[in-house]
Design a protein around this ligand. Sequence first.
Ligand SMILES: Cc1cc2nc3c(=O)[nH]c(=O)nc-3n(C[C@H](O)[C@H](O)[C@H](O)COP(=O)(O)OP(=O)(O)OC[C@H]3O[C@@H](n4cnc5c(N)ncnc54)[C@H](O)[C@@H]3O)c2cc1C
Length: 398
Amino acid sequence: MSSDLVKLTKLFEAGSEADMLGFLNYLTDIYRKYLNAKDNFIYQSFRSPKDFFNLKTLINALKLKTFSSSYHDMKKFIPNEHLQYLLSFQTLYIGISPFSGPSIYNIIPMIELLYGVWFIKGGMYQYAKALERRFKELGGTIQYHSEIKQVVTSGRKVTGIQVNDDTIPVDAAVINADYPYAVENLLSPEAQKIEKMTPKKVNKMEYSMSCLLIYLGVNEQYPQLDLHTIKMASDFKGNVQEIEDGVLPPDPSYYIYNPSKLDDSFAPAGASSLYILVPVGNLQASKISKQRYLEYANQVIDKAQREFDLNDLQSQIVVKEVFTPDQFNSLYNSKFGTAFGLKPTLLQSNYFRPHNKARKIDGLYFAGASSHPGAGVPIVITSGELAAKEVERDFNNE
Ligand SMILES: Cc1cc2nc3c(=O)[nH]c(=O)nc-3n(C[C@H](O)[C@H](O)[C@H](O)COP(=O)(O)OP(=O)(O)OC[C@H]3O[C@@H](n4cnc5c(N)ncnc54)[C@H](O)[C@@H]3O)c2cc1C
């Protein structure tokens, strides 16, 4: 899918003129909702009930009309089933099915189309490096290879953090580890009680899907692959159901990333670096062994080789790493090994998502995919900004 209107017109008119008209109507409708969501919900942190349960915010929430699913909403605009899928599958980027995820997430394809999809020279790691540089310029210090064991509280107040075997006194702590993990593992049972957020409650929350990632270093280049290639399963709806049920799909949807197309720093001359991403169920839906995933990864590579004519892909592989939901859990402390944290259902969005400021404990703040506003790099960065503003609000008046 291009972000060039001339090419898009060709694509949608190939369905029918009604599809093109529906597409333009969808853009108008969703852009209006985006402006509303941006000003009233995304860049807005919720501290107390009155921040959400007030007439203005409730009216704006109703105007979002987000009670149907992404797919059903798209269906209202666009008659062609394939084009409906083309504009609603993007909820998978935040780990929720388009058939059950709230229709407000139809904002995602609109953002791709109107604001473009961007590539950072050197990959996402360069963005992390840039944030690190800026943080240090502002006077921050970073201690690497250190595990936070506990956020220490005294009554209703944060007093320190336990890092490795040391306890460091602090006035405030911003936790950007996965919220459900943090509640269960970083808060003492007493603090959980005060915060009214127990492991039992956390277990009842809904969790996004996970991903299988196949990282490949390949002694070959594949010009037929663009930077981003998405292959949808022939039975897309059935495929999404399989993911939710924790079944490894026999005909999966998958995404191939080919950064060597734009950037020669990813691999030696003539070679390329690829990754294949397959959405799969999280560890709550099923536990699949590493061995089974390794076999499955091979089937997916064969499938990509066949479907995109990637001659000899299997035999050109020099490096292969298979990353599974278990590793999201063991390496990043993501509960149930999700790739996108808490599922962004209606009841886990906006005011109903974990807030950036703890409800009851002073000096405790949350940022990251499982807290408000949600998953995805720009949104997580916004989450960090909202948490920082909450800290400023509490400490600047002292
Ligand atoms: C395969 C994949 C592709 C994606 N592609 C995109 C994309 O193209 N565009 C986009 O916008 N988003 C994308 N996302 C989503 C995006 O990457 C995430 O939503 C975002 O990175 C989450 O940020 P975070 O800070 O909440 O969590 P993380 O990036 O996981 O950071 C949390 C960090 O906390 C650390 N941590 C946890 N517990 C402790 C502890 N006790 N002590 C010390 N450290 C701890 C973890 O190790 C981790 O490094 C993608 C996600 C995946 C999985």
